[in-house]
Write a protein that binds this ligand. Structure first.
Ligand code: PGA
Length: 243
């Protein structure tokens, strides 16, 4: 499977920062892996037409209407984004997004002909209580709509306690979780589930990327902090190309 490295800039990035982004584009004119940046929506239209794909970080579940401050999948596609993240834990926590809302947003993205990177992950308390696999299975069952296939869906496993903390599960834990996620996807979607890319996210950086990419059923990474500067992100893409 072609590896997929996604940078999630979150609420960071202004026009003045784009020189650094164009350096990244220059470094990967023909990347051997799929590379995507999800900038804030204010920058999407300025970052298209390069070898790097552009995605959005969230979308509304409706096509248009009276939803002050929100942006629909159609609008994001219109601005030049081809994919969108749904279900990021910061959306689930900061905006109270439920699995049902994540499913509705995912369907909205597909209706706009966008592909989705759907995030799941357990909290630290759930991890400590040994509930990780049950939590993830329940999140997948309720947030992935029936129309998922290998083309329109990528699943990102991001332990909430690993995001932005410098902590990660150990390699065996990541491999074990990804094996279970793969089995669940195959059980529900058959060959399409076998072909869906599974990303790991949470404190991925140059020093741990290669070991993570070498694990079975890890088809790439969702990277937050280490995607903000080309100098930090380039070695992670290199690792994906070489692992
Ligand atoms: P991080 O964030 O790489 O800064 O831990 C990952 C994410 O939230 O997608």
């Amino acid at each position: 499977m072609k590896r997929f490295v996604v940078g999630n800039w979150k609420m960071n990035g202004r026009i003045a920062d784009l020189d650094d982004y164009f350096e990244l584009c220059d470094a990967f004119k023909n990347p051997m892996v799929d590379v995507m940046i999800c900038p804030p929506s204010t920058l999407i239209s300025r970052m298209t037409n390069t070898s790097i794909m552009i995605g959005a970080q969230d979308c509304h579940m409706a096509v248009a209407g009276a939803h002050t401050g929100d942006v629909s999948a159609e609008m994001l596609a219109d601005a030049g984004a081809t994919k969108v993240i749904t279900g990021h834990s910061e959306r689930r926590t900061d905006h109270g997004e439920t699995d049902e809302m994540v499913a509705a947003k995912t369907n909205a993205a597909w209706n706009a002909e966008m592909q989705v990177i759907l995030c799941i992950g357990e909290t630290e308390a759930q991890y400590r209580a040994g509930e990780t696999l049950n939590v993830l299975k329940a999140q997948m069952a309720a947030s992935i709509p029936d129309g998922a296939n290998a083309h329109n869906l990528t699943v990102a496993y991001e332990p909430v306690w690993a995001i932005g903390t410098g902590l990660t599960p150990n390699l065996q834990e990541i491999a074990d979780v990804h094996a279970v996620l793969r089995a669940e996807l195959v059980k529900r979607f058959g060959d399409e589930g076998a072909g869906m890319r599974l990303l790991y996210g949470g404190s991925v950086k140059a020093s741990n990327a290669r070991d993570i990419f070498r694990l079975d059923n890890v088809d790439g990474a969702l990277v937050g902090g280490a995607s903000l500067k080309a100098a930090d992100f380039i070695p992670i893409i290199d690792a994906a190309e070489q692992a």
